[in-house]
Design a protein around this ligand. Structure first.
Ligand code: UDX
Length: 424
């Protein structure tokens, strides 16, 4: 078992830390936010993520997991130092590496020959840039890229049973050591640092584009009178395509797809390349959310002081994250156009101009239209007869094709879905 340091206790760092401790490694986490460190040491999990709280308690009890505000102390007995730091989009779309650089500079005098592992999603070339930065500071630590593919909501399950692991670096021994660290029985791609960094961006860019393809097919279904479920089922049964990431909806959001797509476009641009396919996916995604907002506003056209119920704020079910959330974006767009938006989400929150409600039924009360923007399974358990009674109007715009059409019809409501004929 290894001695591991993780710098950064966000979604990625925390999942890695509790998962590694669960596998038997000793893990010290460096995190600058003192309040977060205190909460974690007390066993309070600051993120809403299935299974993390239990493994946090397990790691703390077994004394295999600890948290501290000093990064330098966190790496003291480590053989491997994982950086799981934020790399947000800069205003020009490029990835902002200032936090990563600051930590590399801070750790350089203390790293010695520990293996530095880059877990954050970073532009292709960062591994070699960080290596050069370390060498300038007189540090000879090998740098290995080991991108994460965790999805929010299923992060721990993805960590424990990954489809594959990618490890890249210029020092083959360090690459092999990191590859062996998480030998979870899945294929491991060992490669150069540039390829390892690109796999991550390519995966997210491909999946984001694929979601937009499914949405384009849904648009076609609506004008042609075809059914998107039949189309995606047919597509998914072709083994060259497969069934995943073909669900139509309000577009893609979250902390990765939009940011990584922009960063890849920026990277291509810097090298004088056009990426028209990816650029189109990003543009179509933004336009789609505008169009969904238009659709909602058209449904309340002529209504004085319209009220719109919004079920869902998170960018997808299973998380409280609203970063680049289509649900929140659509809510804000229609609020800006004069709708009174009453929202309910089981986990996520929003502030002005959206009014946050205590329950789904509360949000529906007095609404002219009900918009379902996040696919929370619990929405399917709502008493639709009560919802229909509480609403002022009778239209449900179901952007996730979540509700059972028969149940909606029986409740006396009209049901508009994505890529499906309207009902009622
Ligand atoms: C994603 C990647 O899947 C993960 O590998 C990476 O590490 C981080 O980014 P995540 O952001 O948690 O994970 O969400 P994901 O489940 O991939 O969904 C991304 C977006 O696409 C969401 O807005 C989701 O609603 C949307 N989506 C996804 C669809 O609209 N349809 C689909 O079929 C799948």
């Amino acid at each position: 078992m290894a001695e591991i340091a993780v710098i950064g206790a966000g979604y990625v760092g925390l999942t890695l830390a509790v998962g590694a401790a669960h596998l038997g490694h000793n893990v010290s986490v460096g995190e600058p936010d003192e309040e977060r460190v205190c909460a974690l040491l007390a066993g309070n999990c600051p993120v809403f993520e299935e299974g993390i709280a239990d493994l946090l308690e397990e790691g703390l009890t077994a004394r295999r997991l600890t948290f501290m505000t000093s990064n330098v102390e966190a790496i003291e007995s480590a053989e491997f130092v994982f950086l799981a730091l934020p790399t947000p989009s800069a205003p020009d779309g490029s990835a902002d590496l200032s936090v990563l650089h600051a930590v590399v500079d801070e750790l350089a005098p203390h790293l010695g020959d520990r293996v530095l592992v880059l877990k954050s999603t970073v532009p292709v070339g960062t591994n070699r840039d960080v290596t050069a930065r370390l060498r300038t500071a007189g540090c000879l630590a090998p740098v290995v890229s080991n991108p994460e593919f965790l999805r929010e909501g299923t992060a721990l399950a993805d960590f424990m049973s990954p489809d594959h692991v990618v490890v890249g670096g210029d020092d083959p021994e360090a690459v092999a050591q990191v590859g062996a660290l998480f030998d979870l029985g899945c294929p491991v791609t060992m490669t150069d640092p540039m390829s390892a960094e690109l796999v991550k961006y390519a995966t997210n860019a491909y999946l984001a584009t694929r979601v937009m393809m499914a949405n384009s097919f849904a648009d076609l279904c609506e004008v042609l009178g075809a059914d998107i479920d039949a189309v995606t089922t047919g597509l998914g049964r072709d083994h060259r395509i497969g069934p995943h990431f073909l669900r139509p909806g309000p577009g893609f959001g979250g902390s990765c797809f939009p940011k990584d797509a922009r960063a890849l476009l920026d990277l291509a641009d810097r090298h004088g390349l056009n990426s028209p396919i990816l650029a189109a996916a990003v543009e179509v995604n933004a336009a789609r959310q505008e169009r969904m907002a238009d659709q909602v506003m058209a449904a309340v056209d002529g209504v004085e002081d319209p009220v719109v119920a919004l079920w869902g704020l998170a960018f997808k079910a299973g998380t409280d994250d609203t970063r680049e959330s289509p649900a929140l974006n659509i809510g804000e767009l229609i609020a800006a156009r004069g709708a009174n938006v009453q929202a309910y989400d089981p986990e996520a929150v929003a502030g002005d101009p959206i009014r946050l409600c205590e329950s789904a039924l509360d949000a529906a009360t007095g609404a002219d239209v009900l918009v379902i923007a996040t696919e929370w399974p619990e929405f399917t358990g709502e008493d639709l007869a009560e919802v229909a009674k509480a609403m002022r109007g009778d239209l449900v715009i179901d952007l996730r094709n979540l509700l059972d059409p028969e149940a909606v019809r029986t409740a006396g409501l009209r049901h508009r879905r994505v890529g499906k004929p309207e009902q009622g």
